[in-house]
Design a protein around this ligand. Structure first.
Ligand code: HEC
Length: 266
């Protein structure tokens, strides 16, 4: 999932199963994970120590050249915190209308097309019972708590439940932020969906009756209940509108600004 704007996540809690309490904790995990970078932290410290430019850079940042995993975590997480996006088409349309994301009474944003405005209504305003913003809410479209969105009846990876062992946490996953989501396929914790249309088809027609399904995706719609799953039955053009709205969350400065690009490229 994307790390854009993660400095604003109030609850922090990173990774799909939320096992990293802070960004400092998160950034060291992929380095050590056997299926990601598979390195030992001591090995990493020695490796950076041996490259002539790193002690200089560590001195610039911390005052002394010492390289420790704590300093690596601090600098990596501060870099991630610098990745802030405020210039998507949706941001510009809200600014133009002089409103913030919480103003639900604005029927149409002039800078969005008819189709994008319809998608926004489906996403935010409970159109046909869709309540995307209940989970992907706020300016960050993220949620403070892990949830189940009914991908399967039986999960091979139980997300947060694998960490806590509690029945009520089984198959709960971090609600990912949706900024630049059009650029970050494939989707879900296991990358099962290749396109945003597949994601929308899931929410419209295929939500599964998992025992921990969040009430917002059920017809009961009462907190802490797990009633029968909802079928939004969105039409083809409504689905396309929702996908078009998700595309308005793309901010190209993130992919083009030099300060977030590979410093070793030149
Ligand atoms: C009950 C809470 C909830 C609701 C309501 C909800 N989502 Fe989600 N969403 C999640 C969770 C949890 C995940 C991650 C699930 C996983 O990977 O197992 C997710 C994942 C996604 C992803 C994948 C993002 C990525 O980076 O992989 C997209 C896109 C998405 N949701 C869009 C929507 C849209 C559009 C709606 C409304 C139709 C919606 N969601 C409604 C909880 C919710």
């Amino acid at each position: 999932m994307s790390l854009i704007n993660s400095r604003f996540y109030e609850a922090e809690r990173f990774l799909w199963d939320e096992r990293a309490a802070t960004l400092e904790e998160q950034v060291l995990l992929p380095i050590q994970d056997h299926i990601e970078m598979g390195m030992d932290l001591a090995e990493l410290e020695a490796k950076l120590q041996g490259l002539d430019y790193y002690p200089i850079l560590f001195t610039h940042a911390f005052g002394t050249p010492e390289i420790s995993s704590d300093r690596i975590a601090k600098s990596l997480s501060q870099f991630v915190r610098s990745i802030v996006s405020t210039d998507s088409k949706f941001d510009r349309a809200l600014k133009d209308a002089g409103v913030t994301f919480v103003d639900e009474d604005v029927p149409k944003l002039t800078l969005l097309s008819e189709q994008e405005n319809l998608g926004r209504e489906i996403f935010y305003n409970g159109y046909k019972g869709a309540t995307c913003s209940y989970c992907h809410g706020g300016a960050m479209n993220v949620n403070d708590e892990a949830k189940n969105n009914g991908l399967d009846l039986v999960y091979s990876d139980n997300g947060k439940g694998e960490i806590t062992g509690r029945d009520s946490d089984m198959a709960l996953f971090k609600v990912p932020a949706l900024r630049n989501v059009a650029l970050t396929a494939p989707y879900m914790h296991d990358g099962r969906f290749a396109t945003l249309m597949e994601v929308v088809n899931h929410y419209s027609d295929n939500v599964q009756q998992h025992p921990n399904i969040n009430f917002r995706l059920t017809t009961l719609d009462v907190e802490d209940t797990h009633g029968p799953v909802m079928r939004l039955n969105l039409t083809r053009s409504e689905k396309e509108a929702l996908v078009a709205f998700l595309h308005t969350l793309t901010d190209d400065t993130i992919t083009t600004e030099e300060k977030w690009s590979d410093p070793f490229k030149n």
